[in-house]
Design a protein around this ligand. Structure first.
Ligand SMILES: NC(=O)c1ccc[n+]([C@@H]2O[C@H](COP(=O)([O-])OP(=O)(O)OC[C@H]3O[C@@H](n4cnc5c(N)ncnc54)[C@H](O)[C@@H]3O)[C@@H](O)[C@H]2O)c1
Length: 459
């Protein structure tokens, strides 16, 4: 079949894979190739066991794979053939040298730019899908200009706003699509070409076009604002626990104000995921590099509050379990950073587990989708941790259950069976406030919600 347009995506990760699967689904006349340097990842995309879990993803991939959606490691051939190249490689926090622990590590990004220069033989639109520091397109353009042929590259920013766990829904029905381009004739033409892809299924009014720098910066700011909401409500959860005010009642009361809105007001053990922390730290770094120290401090406090919430949660577990967890079995329900994903990057459960092991607790971990990643994250502690796919077995003989992820499965468990199998007194620390605390208390549990009054049988 002759395809109308050839799209290439470099980077077959949490963003590249699902985004390209949805484009292939909605644009059957386009050929979509997804390449990655990791053969293991590409093999998984071509198998029945995809490298990432997202509700609805498997069905779309199985529908389009081999028809107009292809996963491959053939970078050279695909760069040559592509009309549009989405770059969706990882942009982690730098761990070395200048800006270590704050700035974005752009080495993966830069190496794709050099690959494009090396293999391109025709004009192309290069789309920044990765989250990048503002003005990265300028650096990309400088590298692309080193091409010695007569080829034109137009760089466009099209950041991705999907959330893991709801990636397919977010891609099918996004609140908006953002496209940033130069305000030149070529820039506008490239912006329209990218908009034409999305117009296959997204109403025109939801497609926002801006200049390149606004688009690049908007993505960092969107994540900073979302994380700020979580840190704000988490800071108040600490105050609630001191005053017997109830964080859920407060969230409802303030969220009913249409200026504030009800979303992202659930308290938790802290935010995780690959993006929030790295993007805020990157924002902090950028602000500092422009000499805007007050701006940098303001945003850095969002990350500091998140660290506080995680350590506060662990300190509460230790204090309430009579100031020691040494030798006690503590079972974590949940390890992914949020429900409906197997992704554990920056999951608060990692820090919580390490802190509990540091106190000589015996940790067991149960998670419906994230045990494989948990084992990788905690490989240095292999001998000290038990992983169990069965929540009832995981809880047997435990002194405490700790809810670290808001999987809906955890609400459906029979906690009376769990209570009977546990050591007494039985503790439950609900870091996500997903359980029925009064019911658990009536069963005999000592219950410690987050940002709410604790329910204990101790006099
Ligand atoms: N994960 C999310 O929820 C999310 C949401 C929005 C935006 N983002 C941003 O999107 C970008 C990608 O994130 P992700 O979560 O998909 O990362 P990821 O680590 O899951 O995937 C990136 C992939 O790029 C591949 N890669 C790196 N260099 C390459 C190269 N030169 N050639 C080919 N492949 C290469 C890696 O092997 C990896 O498989 C990041 O900038 C991130 O900040 C992520």
């Amino acid at each position: 079949m002759e395809f109308k347009k050839k799209i290439l995506c470099i980077g077959a990760g949490y963003v590249g894979g699902p985004t390209m699967a949805v484009i292939a689904l909605k644009c059957p006349e386009y050929r979509v190739d997804v390449v990655d340097i990791s053969k293991e990842r590409i093999d998984a995309w071509n198998s029945s066991s995809l490298p990432i879990y997202e509700p609805g993803l498997q069905e779309i991939v199985e529908d389009r794979r081999g028809k107009n959606l292809f996963f491959t490691t053939e970078v050279e051939k695909n760069i040559k053939n592509a009309d549009i190249i989405f770059v969706s490689v990882n942009t982690p926090t730098k761990t070395f040298g200048e800006g270590a622990g704050m700035a974005s590590d752009l080495q993966y990004w830069e190496s794709t730019a050099h690959q494009i220069v090396k293999f391109a033989e025709s004009d192309k639109i290069i789309v920044e899908k990765s989250t990048l520091p503002v003005r990265t397109a300028e650096a990309m353009e400088r590298i692309l200009k080193t091409h010695n042929g007569n080829i034109k590259f137009e760089v466009v920013s099209n950041p991705e706003f999907l959330a893991e766990g709801t990636a397919i829904k977010d891609l099918l029905e996004p609140d908006r699509v953002l496209i940033g381009a130069h305000k030149t004739q070529e820039g506008r033409k490239a912006s329209k070409e990218i908009a034409d892809i999305y117009k296959h299924w997204i109403p025109k009014r939801k497609i926002i076009t801006t200049n390149l720098w606004s688009s690049e910066l908007s993505k960092l700011i969107a994540n900073a604002f979302l994380a700020q909401r979580i840190s704000s409500i988490n800071s108040i959860s600490a105050l609630c626990e001191k005053t017997d005010a109830d964080i859920s009642e407060i969230a409802h009361a303030i969220g009913s104000d249409s200026r504030i809105g009800e979303k992202f007001l659930q308290t938790s053990v802290g935010f995780g995921g690959s993006c929030f922390k790295k993007d805020i730290l990157n924002l902090v770094y950028i602000a500092k590099s422009y000499g805007l120290y007050e701006v940098a401090d303001y945003w850095e406090s969002v990350v500091k509050m998140n660290e506080y919430q995680k350590s506060r949660f662990v300190r509460k577990i230790i204090k309430e379990m009579f100031n020691t967890v040494a030798g006690k079995k503590i079972t974590l329900f949940g390890f992914s950073f949020k429900a409906d994903t197997g992704d554990t990057r920056e999951s608060p459960a990692i820090d919580i587990t390490k802190a509990l092991l540091n106190e000589n607790a015996k940790v067991t971990i149960h998670d419906p989708k994230a045990l494989k990643n948990a084992k990788l994250d905690l490989k240095d502690f292999d001998k000290d941790i038990i992983y169990d796919t069965d929540p009832y077995k995981a809880a047997e003989d435990a002194n405490a259950i700790v809810i670290t992820t808001e999987w809906s499965q955890f609400k459906e468990l029979d906690y009376s069976i769990i209570f009977d199998s546990m050591k007494k007194p039985a503790f439950i620390f609900d870091g996500r406030n997903i359980l029925d605390h009064n019911k658990l208390f009536d069963m005999g549990f000592n219950v410690y919600p987050t940002g709410k009054k604790q329910l204990t049988h101790f006099s």
